[in-house]
Design a protein around this ligand. Structure first.
Ligand SMILES: C[S@@+](CC[C@H](N)C(=O)[O-])C[C@H]1O[C@@H](n2cnc3c(N)ncnc32)[C@H](O)[C@@H]1O
Length: 371
């Protein structure tokens, strides 16, 4: 059993504290959290904690990965480490680097003299993205089961409350926007990333030379496949995560409809980096996405009575959308509002083309890399 001791104030418990403690717990088998006494905090920081000691301790005791919580008065941790038999001393990145806290140096020296490992924990941000991402995938997989209730458009979140004529009307409009952006579609290849049940892919197959749809929800792809058969058109359907999707081919048109709200920032950035590998200097990227009308909204595992499910969606602002694409070398050709279904979010349409570098640049004329 390797005992890890991690000290701190842990006032007004926040996500940074949680990440810090989770990382500390990974450094051994038994995690002991030391909480600094109110008087000591007042002496060191000149202000008492907002949450009194007993309450700070009570909050920490409820964490699954915390084995024991004690409080301490001295910041010189040597005797305490010894009494606990700790083999690992977990501290933040800045520990021991501020001259105002000489006791921290004393504690580090104690560890060096007694063979106690010092584990430095980098600052981390955000909630556990893996758990949220897999829950979000479950949501989309379960949507496929709704096809019996809603014949089409199960992938268009609550926008039209299942009203088929509205879904159909909107789909026709979006197909029209694609064809307006790509007048010579019959000579072009199309990639629909996050194609879902093929709402747009299937009608677009009638116009493009070749079409490929990618989605990670197998059930939705089955629906798309049936629709392709019904309409007697062909498309390659690939079950894959859109973020990690790679292809040796270069597509003329990439459609990203409804995908961005499903991606957190790290995923969105990765997808746009990869996108540069399977597009070329003549490619067109078309995006249909919900955006926040005022400020960024992150909905994480929120129950929706309308959808009878928990869902996650990242509604970026218009400026964020433009910045993300510009950063990866895409310039805006056209944008317009599609519809506004809620007061704080609306559905927007973007048409991007590659940013061409100045004519005197040698080699490739397209800036594929981040600006
Ligand atoms: C709002 S729906 C849009 C579907 C379709 N493009 C449309 O406009 O009707 C989002 C789609 O993206 C898919 N999706 C979300 N995240 C994905 C990911 N990381 N990889 C692949 N597909 C994803 C979902 O399964 C779902 O089919």
């Amino acid at each position: 059993m390797v005992t890890v001791f991690v000290p701190g104030v842990f006032d007004v418990f926040h996500i940074g504290h949680l990440n810090y403690l989770m990382r500390a717990s990974e450094a051994g088998d038994c995690l002991v959290v030391g909480v600094q006494d109110d008087r000591e905090v007042l002496r060191g920081k000149g202000a008492s904690p907002v949450i009194p000691l007993a309450e700070r301790m009570a909050i920490l005791e409820q964490l699954r990965f915390v084995d024991k919580v004690i409080s301490y008065i001295s910041v010189s941790q040597g005797p305490l480490l010894e009494s606990l038999g700790a083999e690992v001393f977990a501290v933040g990145e800045e520990y021991g680097q501020d001259e105002r806290f000489p006791d921290q140096i004393t504690s580090l020296n104690y560890c060096a003299d007694h063979g106690i490992e010092v584990c430095r924990i980098p600052r981390t941000q955000g909630v556990s993205s893996t758990a949220v991402r897999s829950k979000l995938k479950e949501f989309w997989v379960s949507r496929a089961g709704l096809v019996k209730e809603l014949h089409a458009g199960v992938t268009v979140l609550g926008s039209f409350s299942g009203k088929q004529d509205k879904v159909e009307e909107q789909t026709q409009r979006e197909v029209g926007l694609v064809l307006e952006a790509v007048p010579d579609a019959s000579e072009k290849t199309l990639l629909d990333l996050g194609c879902g049940d093929g709402r747009q892919l299937v009608p677009l197959c009638h116009h493009f030379k070749e079409a490929t749809g990618v989605d990670y929800a197998e059930g939705l792809l089955e629906i798309a496949e049936n629709r392709l058969a019904e309409e007697n058109v062909k498309a390659d359907l690939i079950e894959s995560d859109a973020v990690g999707f790679r292809s040796n081919r270069s597509f003329d048109v990439v459609l990203l409809s409804g995908l961005f709200p499903c991606l957190d920032d790290a995923q969105a950035e990765q997808l746009l980096k990869n996108l540069n590998e399977y597009t070329n200097e003549n490619s067109t990227v078309l995006v249909r996405t919900s955006i926040a009308t005022d400020r960024r909204i992150n909905v994480v595992n929120q129950y929706s009575a309308e959808l009878s499910a928990e869902y996650t969606a990242y509604y970026r602002t218009h400026d964020e959308m433009l910045r993300m694409f510009q950063k990866q070398g895409w310039k805006l050709e056209k944008d317009c509002s599609l519809y506004q279904h809620r007061s704080d979010t609306g559905v927007w349409w973007y048409h991007f083309s590659p940013q061409i570098e100045a004519a005197d640049q040698p080699q490739s004329t397209w800036n594929r890399k981040a600006a």
